[in-house]
Design a protein around this ligand. Structure first.
Ligand SMILES: Nc1ncnc2c1ncn2[C@@H]1O[C@H](COP(=O)(O)OP(=O)(O)O)[C@@H](O)[C@H]1O
Ligand SMILES: [Mg+2]
Length: 226
């Protein structure tokens, strides 16, 4: 679905070059939950920004459905980011004056957006909190509203950057389960420094110093015994 080919991201920091990603080649496969695991500063967020087109690689390229992102027009790239990609970040960013339902609808122009928002929020366990505003929700509940927002409109690929970092273990696992359940024909790409949040991942890329140190295949363990 998405492929990185020798993708690098080098920042200029006060005249010093900092390589956040160094010639990374990898792909995101249909239907998978891909975990990206590594310590702080290993380049996880940078890789997520490259894959999702939020940043342009300083070398190499990123292909979305076999088309290099840089060959697309700005409009086309924006359309893909808005319509096909969903984002969940470390801290839940919600509009304070909107309810849960409104915060989900705001990102989704389709005519049945409200119906879908109610369905997603209910599935995610917020059926009793549909019309509350963010300050009336716990941190975990707010993050679940963000999850519903990222999934609304049938977005195909969800990018999550440390979505559990501000949550306790139990709420974190719940958020991950909800993200993972919806990957369907799309994919979930989740960055974390906490391996316990990747129990359900199909594949984990271990990142160190801007490079993929190793790939860990996990899906066989998920095949249920007859
Ligand atoms: N905007 C930036 N300017 C300069 N250096 C940056 C910038 N963003 C990230 N870096 C550096 O790139 C490296 C990787 O950062 P990041 O991708 O945020 O890692 P992680 O998400 O794994 O903590 C770090 O050394 C960080 O300091
Ligand atoms: Mg990060």
């Amino acid at each position: 679905m998405i492929r990185a080919e020798g993708a690098s991201l080098v920042f200029q920091d006060h005249g010093r070059a900092v390589a956040a990603c160094r010639e990374i080649s990898m792909e995101v496969r249909p239907g998978e939950f891909l975990g990206i695991l590594g310590p702080s500063g290993s380049g996880k967020s940078s890789l997520l920004y490259l894959l999702s087109g939020l940043r342009v690689p300083t070398a190499g390229r990123i292909l979305y459905q076999d088309r290099p992102l840089e060959s697309l027009s700005d409009e086309e790239r924006a359309r893909i980011r808005l319509r096909e990609f969903g984002f969940v970040f470390q801290l839940p960013h919600l509009l304070g004056y909107l309810t849960s339902v409104e915060n989900v609808v705001v990102a989704n122009p389709s005519p049945d957006a409200e119906e879908e928002a109610v369905r997603l929020l209910t599935e995610i366990g917020l059926g009793d909190h549909l019309h509350r505003r963010p300050h009336e929700l716990s941190g975990g509940q707010r993050q679940r509203v963000c999850v519903a927002r990222a999934l609304a409109g049938g977005r195909r690929i969800i990018f999550a950057d440390e979505p559990t970092a501000a949550l306790d273990h139990h709420s974190g696992l719940r958020v991950v389960q909800q993200l993972a359940r919806h990957r369907g024909e799309g994919a979930l790409v989740m960055v974390t420094h906490d391996p316990s949040m990747l129990e359900e991942a199909d594949r984990i890329l271990h990142l160190a110093d801007g490079q993929i140190e190793r790939e860990e295949l996990r899906s066989p363990s998920k095949i249920e015994a007859p």
